[in-house]
Design a protein around this ligand. Sequence first.
Ligand code: SF4
Length: 109
Amino acid sequence: MNKQSRRDFLATGAALWATSLIPVSVRAEAGAAILQETDGIAIALGYKKIASDVDTSKYPKRAGAAGATQFCSNCRLYSAKANGMGGCSAIPNKLVAGQGWCNAWIPMA
Ligand code: SF4
């Protein structure tokens, strides 16, 4: 093994070792993309990143005074992360807006 390949081997090994120390859930979050309203699952669930943009004639669940209090940030499936974004257990590996909403919204227990 020449000097360069040994250095590459050690660097790769160190990177793999360091990665193995990070919990899988953290690694998944680090790579999570922001859910776009145009994503198929977002369309299917009626997701809007700004909850007030929801068409309440199509999604009456968010209509009225009670509906207007529903946001991702107070949904049981939401887990807050940084910058007003969070994970959603209904939409794996994507970040949703805390101020968003979708038709799968469930109140906190
Ligand atoms: S299930 Fe809850 S957290 Fe997930 S997108 Fe819908 S309202 Fe937001």
